[in-house]
Design a protein around this ligand. Structure first.
Ligand code: MTE
Ligand code: MO
Length: 372
């Protein structure tokens, strides 16, 4: 059994798969704290969890214009210690909603495949610099990629892998963190102990856990999660017709919002009701506004949103939590939508963003409440 060494999981996590383990946070827990507690943070594993000994752990760095260098955990801890607050969201978050009218393939997540944490560690560029990384050296280089390998492997020995364009690391306002702490504790086993890369604002799939290697390369990661999964195709494309080379891998994610305090179909007492939820946009774009409608978009109420804690970053890598008091006198459909700092808004429904893998499922969140 490749899964016999798996860690214990908090009973509150809603299991979506056992081997490999996948569990989402009950949405109602997400709005309790700005930083999601480690033990209930959603877990998205594609392979058995690797057993890593912090004492023998090594990170390899190599690739174009770099001197091949090996770092122990202690070596990584010697670099300036920085903390950022960042949301990690699976590309499949809210997939169940997209699959309601037309079936989609993938794990059936509701709105809990997302979490926000304080991530502490070394800046990736600081560690790369000690391996000879000079941003100027890449100015005129053609499009290059930073590849990340995990220590988790499939039966044939292939590891989990991902990559992002090198241009992210050349942007002085991007905060790629080799994180060894999550919410001021060593990173839990399920979240990548002892070191994961945190690539804020980018789809969760690129934030590789149990990180073993970072390489600067002319090609993208060739892993199936880079080349096939976590790409979004036209609504008319199916698994039978898909040309995987026709779309780039998802990087920055679009604006989304979610109602966490109530489930579709809940019964509420007539009168004031407090709605709570989250809103998030990728790319470091903050949330300008969250709006609620009780009349299918004829009128909108602006929700109160939490302050974000950027810590040592310049961009908004974190979600906002929002709340709104509404007065419910009759059965009502509640809609929520958010506006990000690029004035991007969510689509009203899933019709024209449907894709066969159910990715980037970001239409307005709509729930029906029964008044009693
Ligand atoms: N890294 C490794 N090594 N193996 C994985 O299966 N899953 C990815 C990413 N990093 C994965 C990984 C995906 S798809 C997501 S959404 C996030 O990790 C989930 O991070 P979490 O489990 O800490 O919430
Ligand atoms: Mo994911």
């Amino acid at each position: 059994d490749h899964f016999k060494g798996e860690p214990m999981r908090h009973p509150a996590l809603i299991r979506r798969a056992d081997k490999p383990f996948n569990g989402e946070t009950p949405p109602s827990l997400l709005t309790e704290k700005f930083h999601t507690p480690n033990d209930v943070f959603y877990v998205r594993n594609h392979l058995p969890v690797p057993q890593v000994d912090a004492k023998t752990y090594r990170l390899e760095i190599d690739g174009i214009n770099l001197t091949e260098t090996t770092f122990s955990l202690q070596d990584i801890k010697k670099f300036p210690k920085v903390s950022i607050s960042a949301t990690i969201q699976c590309g499949g978050n809210r997939r169940t909603e997209m699959g309601k009218d037309k079936v989609v393939a993938g794990l059936g997540w509701t709105g809990g495949a997302i979490g926000n944490a304080k991530w502490t560690g070394a800046r990736l560029v600081d560690v790369l610099r000690s391996a000879g990384f000079k941003p100027e050296a890449y100015k005129h280089a053609k499009q290059l990629h930073v590849k990340f390998d995990g220590l988790d492997t499939d039966q044939s020995g292939e590891c989990y892998g991902a990559s992002v364009p090198l241009s992210y690391l050349l942007d002085g306002n991007f905060d790629a963190i080799l994180a060894y702490e999550m919410n001021d504790k060593p990173i839990p086993i399920d979240h990548g102990f002892p070191v994961r890369i945190v690539l804020p604002g980018i789809v969760g799939a690129r934030s590789v856990k149990w990180l073993s290697r970072v390489s600067i390369s002319e090609e993208e990661s060739q892993s199936p999660w880079q080349q096939r999964d976590y790409k979004v195709f036209s609504p008319s494309v199916s698994l039978e017709t898909v040309d995987f080379s026709a779309a780039p891998p998802i990087m920055d994610t679009p604006v989304t919002s979610y109602i966490c305090s109530h489930n579709n179909g809940d019964k509420v007492k007539k009168g004031p009701v407090k709605l709570q939820g989250y809103a998030f946009s990728g790319g470091g774009r903050g949330i300008v506004r969250v709006e609620i409608s009780l009349d299918k978009g004829k009128t909108w109420n602006v929700a109160r949103i939490s302050d974000t804690a950027n810590l040592e970053s310049t961009k908004n890598w974190s979600w906002v939590l929002w709340e709104a008091n509404v007065n419910i006198q009759a059965n009502a459909e509640i809609w929520v939508k958010a506006v990000d700092s690029g004035y991007n808004q969510q689509p009203e429904d899933f019709n024209n963003i449907w894709n066969y893998r159910g990715l980037l499922s970001t239409a307005y969140h709509k729930i029906y409440l029964e008044a009693r």
